[in-house]
Design a protein around this ligand. Sequence first.
Ligand code: DAH
Length: 338
Amino acid sequence: MMKEILSIKDSAQEEINNTDNLDAVQNIRIKYLGKKGILTNKIKALSAIAKEERREFGRILNETKDYIENLLIRKEALFKAAELDNVLKTQRIDVTVPGCFTPFGHLHPTTKVLDEIIEIFLSMGFRIEEGPEVELDYYNFEALNFPKDHPARDMQDTFYITDDVVLRTHTSSVQIRIMEKHNPPLKVIAPGKVYRCDADVSHTPMFQQLEGFMVDKSISMSDLKGILEVFAHAVFGPKTPVRFRPSFFPFTEPSAEVDIGCVICSGKGCSVCKNTGWIEILGAGMINPRVFEKVGYDPDLYTGFAFGMGIERITMLKYGIDDIRLFFENDKRFLEQF
Ligand code: DAH
């Protein structure tokens, strides 16, 4: 028995000495110490020998097992060190190579400007409401005092879905929906998408508007002027001149268009302002008593103002962009500038 154990020890030692790779070491471990390994079998066979000898042989077998295991571990460590050495020699890390960056996107310029505008009105106590983009003719036109077949409907090239259903041409429709449901006092802004059958450098079939309106017992045109001046100064700078010019909208009386001093030439006259020194930024006015009648408000009791602006237009003026279509092309060279 003793001889056998010594010869197992010797042959294991010799095999371990002669290995030249990690896999071979592993195979030797299995061959001698695995479940059915040569030494393992010897340990299992202990039960068959006489009790007196069992103890002594058990000790010797365990020592031999530890001895072989140690040789295996040392050999493994050698191969692992050599492998690491090799990796370090052949695959050097160049810490000066630029890292891989995940490019971050950001909000679209019109979204940024819309958020900025919303923030300005929220700070003045307005609340946000929304309405449907597919809208009844009634809310888009009729209740806003555009009677059927009235020439004022030509102001807006409408996409009709049926005779009674349109893609809303403006966010003014939300005025009616909100006033129908709620009594004054009201101080509301309504941002959203609107649609018109129109396309050139300053028009796209879909664009965004922000509507605003305020109704209470003694709202006057000076409230409108004050609020819109605060808005214009916040967006275009505190020294920007603002003027109201008489205009016409069926749902306001009187109506006005609001201009700011040209942001390009500061009022001296250029091609953008067509040499007038002024640029229109929005439409506004005092809500027409006819509209109040439609929603069941008493026009003798309540007055109110309303205004509506195009978000793309404001963004173009703020950043000096001369073609509205750039907003929809998704050219990163354009978008990255904001
Ligand atoms: N809805 C008008 C348009 O799209 C803009 C507008 C003008 C809205 C005057 C208003 C307003 O609320 O009072 O052209």
